[in-house]
Write a protein that binds this ligand. Structure first.
Ligand SMILES: Cc1ncc(COP(=O)(O)O)c(C=O)c1O
Length: 432
């Protein structure tokens, strides 16, 4: 088991960075107590920080790096592209080839449009749905993360599970206009009865249901079949569009999680893995809805500019990354996820505390209820697990702060035992 050295250089860099960057960085999700860690380099499964420590990366840039870091084949095409031009005010062949590759993977994708983040993909899918239906509102699940567009952020930290009454649309960012809250209807996740009632009541005003087929918390809370069926039926009964947010869940299978869960999405938002490690977002859908982006009859109903949209570096890297993902690779990734989950459950059988593995497909989560290991205050409601997260970090494993791990194609089964041994030692040591 490796142990991490003191993080002197990271601490010093954090002090310097905090003078010019709020919280020393540009991303709320990477703030770490007592200070952020700064990375020198990354290769394959490993990260190296500026103090020389090495970490086995189970975070994979919050699920994006499905082939690990700096994969040689992706690096090669990206460097070639950088040498021949990084962005033009013209299209590129790479863009149309990549669009064809993605459309060929899923019958629900007839046309696709590229942008630079999952947030933009969700935002554009919502705008297209509003333009297509002429209705102003969207429906989303309470506590579901869909990026940082203010409509998509509504009720991200809803607190009142389980529900006895309808969830109230609440602002996540201070300063969110009330107009935003009025136009986002919130339903409780996996609550068929209440969700149906709310949808029916608002249906004639609703353009789309925005839904992550993975569920919530990186797929750790899984949507039930009956909940998915309820949403599908509501969309068909009331002519509401189904927006599948597959920014993370597209890693579930060759045609995304919608295929695995029997969803026929009108619009799909993608990001993360399809960029091969570079910034990306995409909206795909059938010809009719995607026509909202088209200016063939004058101005497009949803004009969509973007200086770096479909930049050729993201296009070639994304194309290579997705070409490298054949059906068997998803099988391998999902098998690894299952093995990690089994290993974690075996660890909990060896120790006398309550805990288990969560997750699905190529993602696993560690759920613990002991105060010494986790800062769960109310059963099941928070996923922060500082004690164990810190132990795993100190012993060379980088997970999300909520103890979620994400598999990549460069991992294999031999990675599971050492991880589980470290987890077991951590639990024993923290329990004292
Ligand atoms: C389900 C989901 N949708 C949208 C987003 C936003 O993507 P991005 O961070 O690329 O803007 C994320 C990001 O984690 C996500 O998990």
């Amino acid at each position: 088991m490796r142990s991490i050295n003191i993080l002197n250089k990271s601490r010093k860099n954090f002090i310097k960075a905090s003078k010019v960057l709020p919280d020393g960085g540009s991303r709320s999700t990477i703030v770490l107590s007592p200070h952020s860690i700064f990375i020198e380099s990354a290769k394959g499964k490993y990260l190296k920080d500026i103090d020389g420590n090495s970490y086995f990366d189970l975070n994979n840039n919050y699920t994006a790096l499905i082939h690990g870091h700096s994969h040689p084949e992706i690096t090669k095409v990206a460097i070639q592209q950088i040498k021949t031009g990084t962005g033009f005010s013209f299209g590129s062949k790479a863009e149309s080839s990549f669009a064809k590759l993605l459309c060929d993977r899923n019958d629900n994708f007839q046309k696709i449009r590229f942008m630079n983040s999952g947030t933009e993909a969700v935002m554009n899918a919502i705008k297209v749905a509003r333009a297509y239906t002429g209705r102003p509102k969207i429906i989303k699940c309470e506590n579901s993360y869909h990026g940082s567009y203010d409509f998509a952020e509504v009720s991200l930290d809803g607190k009142n599970d389980p529900h006895t009454s309808e969830p109230i649309s609440t602002a996540y960012s201070h300063g969110t206009p009330t107009g935003v809250l009025e136009n986002v209807i919130v339903i409780p996740f996996n609550d068929v009865e209440l969700a149906s009632k709310i949808i029916e009541k608002n249906a004639d005003q609703v353009a789309a249901i925005l839904f992550d087929p993975f569920g919530q918390k990186y797929g750790r809370s899984i949507p039930s079949d009956i909940f998915i069926d309820t949403l599908k039926k509501a969309c068909s009964d009331f002519n509401i569009l189904f927006i599948a947010d597959e920014v993370i869940s597209f890693r579930a299978g060759y045609s995304g999680c919608q295929k695995e869960r029997g969803i026929k999405a009108d619009l799909t938002a993608m990001g993360k893995i399809i960029g091969g490690g570079f910034p990306i977002g995409a909206v795909a859908g059938n010809k009719k809805v995607m026509a909202m982006f088209s200016a063939s009859n004058g101005r497009a109903k949803v004009p969509h500019g973007g200086t770096f949209n479909a930049n050729p570096v993201s296009m070639v890297a994304g194309m290579k990354a997705m070409e490298m993902l054949k059906k068997n690779d998803f099988k391998k990734l999902n098998f690894l996820g299952k093995k990690f989950r089994e290993g974690i459950n075996e660890v909990f059988e060896l120790v006398n505390i309550e805990g288990y593995a969560e997750g699905q497909f190529s993602i696993f989560g560690i759920k613990v209820f002991d105060k010494k290991l986790s800062d769960n205050t109310e059963r099941g409601l928070t996923y922060k697990s500082k004690g164990l997260h810190r132990y795993m970090l100190k012993n060379g494993y980088w997970l999300t702060p909520g103890l979620t791990g994400v598999c990549s194609t460069v991992m294999d089964q031999s990675d599971i035992d050492p991880f589980c041994e470290t987890l077991l030692s951590g639990i024993k040591e923290l329990l004292g």
